[in-house]
Design a protein around this ligand. Structure first.
Ligand code: CDP
Length: 222
């Protein structure tokens, strides 16, 4: 199949909006591939932290991103033969990812890797700029959002569920800082792509959000 006709469902939104869960389930239901683009920024961040790379050195960070030795195996994420599925979820890694994601050269270095996920029969791509920059011709663009309070609570439960201690006030502050950075950066800022369906999930279960996205997808071309 020609790459450009392989359907892409782009699901973008702010941190802890539930896009990971929703995108994953939509991909499962449709038998599509799943691209967790945030994981690529997290992998670059983890590499940089471990190597002691200067987090202001755009060129060095882009080189790291360009040469990432990573693979996605089922639910596991492997970096240079090590399973880093849990390690990349640490808050420090997420915060560093959000900082290095402001660099044009880093975003550019991760472009090819992301486009490579577009494989038949289709892909659900989860991120910040899937519909606006990476896959502007996605057949369906969804912008998932939720109130700051709902998102902080979800993140809190997620961390506690994993046995990681968390503090609601710190989480709220981190979340707002990350929102600010993601929304106000000049390159690929977090905004609903043109033509995106905006879905506020503050009062929706994950199942309800999944059902809505599948309904929008089923309605395409009708
Ligand atoms: O889990 P959470 O939503 O907090 O973050 P993530 O999706 O794993 O992404 C981590 C960071 O990478 C985000 O805070 C963004 O700054 C950045 N990112 C991005 O700039 N563009 C993307 N397509 C995906 C993530």
């Amino acid at each position: 199949m020609v790459t450009s006709v392989i359907p892409v469902i782009a699901i973008d939104g702010p941190t802890a909006s539930g896009k990971g869960t929703v995108a994953h389930r939509v991909a499962d239901k449709l038998g599509f591939h799943y691209l967790d683009s945030g994981a690529l920024y997290r992998l670059t961040a983890l590499s940089a932290i471990r190597r002691g790379t200067d987090l202001n050195d755009e060129h060095a960070l882009a080189k790291l991103a360009e040469h990432l030795q990573c693979s996605f195996q089922g639910g596991d994420i492997i970096l240079s033969h090590e399973n880093v599925t849990e390690a990349i979820r640490a808050e420090e890694v997420g915060n560093t990812a959000s900082k290095i994601a402001t660099f044009h050269a880093v975003r550019h270095a991760l472009l090819g890797l992301q486009l490579g996920f577009r494989k038949a029969p289709g892909v659900v791509a989860d991120g910040r700029d899937m519909g606006s920059v990476i896959f502007p011709n996605a057949v369906l663009k969804v912008f998932l959002t939720a109130s700051v309070a709902a998102r902080a609570e979800r993140r809190y439960k997620q961390l506690i569920g994993k046995g990681i201690s968390a503090n609601m006030e710190d989480l709220l502050m981190d979340l707002q800082a990350r929102d600010d950075r993601d929304t106000n950066r000049t390159i690929a800022p977090l905004v609903p792509a043109e033509g995106a369906h905006v879905l506020d999930t503050s009062n929706l279960t994950a199942d309800e959000a999944v059902a809505q996205v599948l309904q929008w997808y089923a309605a395409i071309g009708k």
